[in-house]
Design a protein around this ligand. Structure first.
Ligand code: HEC
Ligand code: HEC
Length: 242
């Protein structure tokens, strides 16, 4: 009798479009999440876990579905190695790679269920090099890019970025509080900026295209030269830490 009930459940699951194995996998992932992640990322995956308030930066809010979908590939790496300069610990000695993949699938499953948009894809943009043509060359002057300049970057930063990231570049600008989740990144956090994943190319893309699902806006009105200068400025702030 019990067997028949189980069979019926399995049949209903299959009819609903999933396989029994998928359901088991997600049940395991939910358990893992409730054991290892919930204290920070919260029961509703909104980054409001019990200890969240004490952390800076706050745990990631996974209800921002654009973020989850755009950066799914990145999540695995963050889970394996942690996010330096934040409370997000590395999990590679605690969880297997398969368990980590399950958790990423679980996060995606939970938010995509609620989210109408499933086709969001991160735009790609290759980082230009010194000597390349300027992307925004309105006057057709044929300007070529130079190596980023710290002084010019400092000026551009104070013109475009302090409202959120603050005059000290610590992420605490006058508009920061109003933004809520996610807060502007602390751009003088050397542990964050010196991680191997935080390449100049990632910073270039985040400035040019914004961070999907977070209040970091796109800045495609800035020339590539200005963005290279901004990167040089950001790097110079944490240079002595290298
Ligand atoms: C001690 C608190 C804490 C625990 C426990 C924790 N996290 Fe995090 N997590 C954070 C913080 C803080 C961030 C934000 C890091 C940042 O600002 O980039 C984060 C970020 C993330 C990100 C986004 C990384 C990125 O590249 O943007 C993922 C994915 C994630 N956590 C998954 C998990 C999962 C899954 C677990 C459980 C296995 C977990 N976290 C456990 C604090 C925690
Ligand atoms: C409206 C507020 C706002 C403005 C203006 C703004 N930012 Fe941000 N920025 C954010 C927020 C919020 C985040 C955090 C996103 C996250 O958690 O991934 C962020 C993240 C970043 C990051 C980290 C991206 C990554 O890949 O992890 C960089 C670098 C950055 N901002 C640089 C800049 C620069 C340079 C400017 C000025 C040209 C600027 N921002 C203007 C809000 C802002």
């Amino acid at each position: 009798m019990k067997k028949e009930v189980m069979g019926l459940v399995a049949l209903l699951v299959v009819l609903a479009g999933g396989s029994v194995a998928d359901v088991d996998r997600m049940a395991v992932a939910e358990k893992l999440y409730d054991t290892y992640c919930v204290s920070c990322h919260g029961e509703d995956l909104d980054g409001n876990g019990e200890v969240a308030e004490l952390l800076d930066p706050y745990p990631r809010n996974f209800n921002k579905y654009q973020f989850v979908i755009a950066y799914k590939d990145r999540f695995k790496n963050s889970l394996l190695h942690g996010v330096a300069g934040s409370a997000m610990p590395p999990w590679k000695n605690v969880l297997s790679e398969d368990q980590i993949e399950m958790l990423v699938e679980y996060i995606e499953m939970k938010i995509v269920d609620d989210a109408p948009v499933t086709a969001y894809k991160r735009l790609r943009a290759d980082m230009p090099k010194p000597g390349d043509a300027e992307r925004l060359d309105y006057r057709g002057s044929g300007a070529l890019l130079e190596v980023g300049d710290v002084e010019r970057g400092y000026e551009a930063y104070h013109k475009h970025c302090t409202s959120c990231h603050g005059k000290l570049a610590n992420g605490k600008g006058p508009n920061a509080i109003a933004l809520g989740h996610a807060m502007p990144r602390n751009l003088i956090n050397k542990h964050f900026l010196n991680q191997p994943e935080i390449t100049d190319e990632r910073i270039y893309r985040s400035i040019l295209l914004g961070v999907a699902g977070a209040p970091m806006p796109a800045h495609d009105h800035l020339s590539d030269q200005v963005i290279l200068d901004l990167i040089a400025f950001i790097r110079s702030n944490v240079e002595e830490a290298n």
